[in-house]
Design a protein around this ligand. Structure first.
Ligand code: GLN
Length: 281
C-alpha cells in the first residue's frame, strides 16, 4: 500500500471525526517518524506491511474517540513540543492567549516569580519560563501524574532549572512565600459538573475529570484560588485566569470581592471571553 492510499483509506475511516485528514496524516507521521511534508513529497512510496498494520490499529483507536495527542504523546503549544498522556489535559490553543497576555505584562520585570496553579502538562509554566528567560515558575498540581509530566516537559524544553514543580493543593505549598509572588496564573478546571456529560467523547471519556470539573457551578477553583492569591501576591501583583465563555461576570465579581482591580478581558479566536486579568491593590 502506498502512502497516499493509506491516508485516503484512513480519512474514510475517520470521516465522522472532527479532523480526519489532519489526524490521518499525523498518525502516519508518528509511525514513520517523519514531518508531514514527507508525506506530500513521497506520496507513492510503498509502506511496509507491518507499518500498514500498525497504522490501521492507530486509526481505529482514533475512530473510537481516543485523542490523537494521547496516541502520539505529543501536542504543540506556543510553538513548543509537549509530551502528553492520559492524566493531563491536552494543552489548548485558547490557553496560548492567557500565556501571551501574562508574558506581555511581565516583559519588563526582572526575575519575576510566577505560580501556575494546576500545571497539568506544564504548558503554561514551561512556556512562561521559555519565553521570559529570567522568570522563576512554581508549577503546582495536587495530582501525581501532572507533576511528573511537567518535569518531563520542562526538561524537553530546557527550562527545568527555572520551573519548580511542587505537589500542592491549589496554592497551599506557597503559603510561606507571602508577598514574594509577582504573578499567579491558572487555567483551572471550570466546566460545570452537569455540562461534562454533554462534552464530546474525546474530552469526556479520555481527558481527566479532575482537570475539567469546576464543581456544581464551575466556579469552585476561582473562588478558592482568588482568595489565596489575595493574600499571597505582592501588592500590585497580577492574577491571570483562563475562563469559560460564559464566566466573565462571575469571575469578575469574585476578583472584585477579593480586592482585585483594573480587571481586563481578552477573547479567544472564536470571539468568546477567555482570559481575565486582575491586579492586587
Ligand atoms: N495548566 C494546564 C493547561 O492549561 C492544565 C489545566 C487543567 O488541567 N485544567 O493545559
Amino acid at each position: 500500500m502506498k502512502i497516499f492510499e493509506a491516508i485516503k483509506e484512513a480519512v474514510n475511516i475517520l470521516k465522522d471525526t472532527e479532523t480526519p485528514q489532519l489526524d490521518a496524516e499525523v498518525l502516519l507521521c508518528f509511525l514513520l517518524k517523519r514531518e508531514r511534508i514527507y508525506l506530500y513529497l513521497n506520496r507513492i512510496e510503498e509502506l511496509d506491511v507491518d507499518i500498514v498494520d500498525k497504522y490501521f490499529k492507530l486509526v481505529d483507536r482514533r475512530k473510537r474517540g481516543e485523542p490523537t495527542q494521547y496516541i502520539t504523546g505529543h501536542q504543540e503549544f506556543m510553538s513548543l513540543d509537549f509530551y502528553v498522556e492520559p492524566g493531563v489535559l491536552i494543552p489548548r490553543g485558547d490557553t496560548e492567549i492567557l500565556v501571551e497576555e501574562v508574558l506581555k505584562k511581565i516583559e519588563s520585570l526582572k526575575k519575576p516569580v510566577v505560580a501556575d496553579v494546576g500545571c497539568g502538562s506544564g504548558a503554561i509554566s514551561v512556556s512562561i519560563a521559555k519565553y521570559k528567560d529570567d522568570a522563576v515558575v512554581y508549577a503546582l498540581d495536587v495530582m501525581p501524574i501532572p507533576l511528573e509530566i511537567t518535569k518531563i516537559n520542562a526538561e524537553i524544553n530546557g527550562v527545568n532549572d527555572r520551573v519548580i514543580v511542587l505537589k500542592s493543593d491549589k496554592l497551599a505549598a506557597l503559603e510561606e512565600k507571602i508577598e514574594e509572588i509577582d504573578v499567579i496564573v491558572s487555567n483551572p478546571p471550570y466546566i460545570r459538573e452537569d455540562v461534562i456529560k454533554t462534552l464530546m467523547t474525546e474530552v469526556r471519556d479520555y481527558e481527566p475529570y479532575t482537570a475539567l470539573s469546576g464543581g456544581e457551578d464551575g466556579l469552585y477553583f476561582y473562588r478558592k484560588i482568588t482568595k489565596q492569591a489575595a493574600r499571597l501576591l505582592k501588592n500590585g501583583g497580577l492574577l491571570a485566569y483562563e475562563i469559560g465563555h460564559d464566566q466573565r461576570e462571575d469571575v469578575t465579581s469574585i476578583l472584585v470581592e477579593n480586592g482585585f482591580e483594573n480587571i481586563e478581558f481578552f477573547k479567544d479566536y472564536a470571539g468568546h471571553d477567555r482570559v481575565v486579568l486582575g491586579w492586587k491593590k
